[in-house]
Design a protein around this ligand. Structure first.
Ligand code: PLP
Length: 291
């Protein structure tokens, strides 16, 4: 499967197709050695009957991209330019690999060195994602190392911005796998449930969907917002709440949600089984798939 790369020059408002297998990024780019940049990963779904490609939560992603840019004092990204880059990647994937009906596109904006630079490239859906959608995952809770609601007092921590610095998130995932689980669930140092390293948590309690308050210290997810926007059609109320691990253990269902995995059932936490709601899992996956 060949993935497609587009380079973005924000200064010249230009995009061009490039070869993902060739070196493109100077090693002194500030994203490469400082993690000084932002990104988004969107899910693209192709409707097999109409052949139309849909970017799930396109506007939600771009709004967050702008918020992240602002948090890092990067220039405000131009929607027309980034849309053009995204559409160029999608068109190229569609033209060269018409059999791909689902893929991701990751777009990034780096401080660069002398001037900012951007790029966008397609990413395949891993086999592990398909398996997680079908079977669910086991997680272990890990201390995120800060108290809940620290972000407003310490904006330089960039809590809630989607920066390229993901080393901690990657390390948490590895640690979880060393513990025999599939993923981690971050909890604030003072015991408030936050998020996974690359996903948000939603639980069901009766007829309510609950998710941690984004201002508690996590990335406000586009998938969680999409689900909350459609809660009523599922006959559910949706609210933000401070949750403790006990709330997850006692839930009537729990999901890790994110753009690429959509909604994945959390089947156990810290070795304790979590109630499964397979019907709602299927409904959530269907709602996300519609975009
Ligand atoms: N939280 C973190 C730390 C993430 O990296 C992600 C996704 O990349 C999410 C939450 C879920 O966000 P979204 O639903 O927009 O993909």
């Amino acid at each position: 499967m060949t993935d497609v790369l587009v380079l973005i020059d924000p200064t010249a408002a230009a995009v061009e197709l490039a070869d993902l297998t060739l070196p493109q990024l100077p090693v002194d780019d500030l994203s490469a050695h400082r993690g000084d940049g932002i990104f988004e990963t969107v899910l693209v779904r192709v409707d097999e009957s109409s052949d139309d490609a849909t970017v799930v939560s396109r506007e939600r992603h771009f709004a967050r991209f702008r918020t992240s840019a602002s948090a890092l004092d990067l220039p405000d990204p131009d929607p027309e330019l980034w849309d053009r880059a995204l559409d160029t990647v999608i068109a190229e994937v569609r033209a060269t690999q018409p059999e791909r009906v689902e893929f991701g596109v990751r777009y990034s904006f780096s401080r660069g060195l002398d001037s900012p630079r951007g790029w966008a490239f397609s990413v395949p859906i891993d086999e592990s994602v398909l398996q997680a959608r079908a079977e669910g995952i086991a997680a272990v809770s890990l201390d995120r190392g800060y108290d809940a609601y620290l972000g407003s007092k310490a904006p330089w921590l960039l809590i809630g911005a989607k920066t390229i610095s993901y080393a901690i998130n990657q390390a948490a995932g590895r640690h979880a796998r060393e513990c025999g689980a599939d993923d981690a669930l971050f909890v604030s140092h003072d015991g408030v449930v936050l998020e996974g390293p690359t996903s948000n948590l939603i639980i069901r309690r009766g007829d309510r969907l609950l998710t941690p308050d984004p201002t508690a210290g996590l990335l406000w997810g586009t998938t969680q917002r999409l689900i909350f926007d459609h809660a009523e059609e599922l006959g559910l109320r949706a609210d933000y709440a401070d949750l403790r691990l006990q709330d997850v253990f006692a839930a009537d269902g729990a999901w890790f949600v994110s753009s690429m995995r959509t909604a994945v059932a959390l089947t156990s936490l810290d070795g304790n089984p979590v109630t499964r709601d397979d019907e709602l899992t299927a409904q959530l996956q269907r709602i996300i798939g519609r975009g």
